[in-house]
Design a protein around this ligand. Sequence first.
Ligand code: FPP
Length: 234
Amino acid sequence: MDEQLKIPIHVAFIMDGNGRWAKKRFLPRTMGHKAGTENLRSIITYAKNVGIKHVTFYAFSTENWKRSKDEIQALMNLLLAYLRKETKTFLKEGVKLNIIGDMSSFPEELQKEVANSVEATKGNDKIYVNIALNYSGRSEIVRGINEILLDDNVKCVTEDSFNNYLYTKDIPDPDFLIRTSGELRLSNFLLWQLAYTELYFTDVFWPDFNEAEFKKALVEYTNRDRRYGGLSDD
Ligand code: FPP
């Protein structure tokens, strides 16, 4: 791999543009989601090969329930098929799967499949793959606050201790966020965790975001000067 690249520990992805990718090809939106799902394998493998330890994918937001019933159904079916097909690959590649978000409103069959994959991959440590499902950053924070309110032993919280009430408690904050398709917003993704994350926006639609595009993003990351509010070294 390229020696000169600075490799982030954790990269988060907002996989946007599946619908427009399909529209451009006169295909139904669901074909865009299918192509987007198929893109995951090579992105995860590339991330692992360059030494990224954590990747997080925004697959279904709490706001996505506003989409048509058919599209929601198609996304659920894709996710189910993805897990059935990819768990073997996860085992081969050393992927540990983790879900962030509230799966309780998902079909039981899907919840079971997710639980199976998480259980089957729990011993892996080559790369940690987090999939955000029925996730929203604000509701994650509010959920954490409500948990704290229920705990009589907690008299005050610190930034560090609050982390323990988030879905991401065992995951370092993302160093780098990549959003595809030209939209310039966070869309309620990892609001707490992205405080000092370097943001990268590309016009490329998610199904077209390939290894070369990923590498381009990492080159940009390498050239960023992360100061965390302090001063540059040089
Ligand atoms: C955004 O594209 C994408 C989504 C809302 C869903 C992302 C889901 C996948 C890639 C597939 C399922 C995931 C897994 C982990 C199997 P969009 O529909 O908003 O595109 P548009 O903005 O062009 O309409």
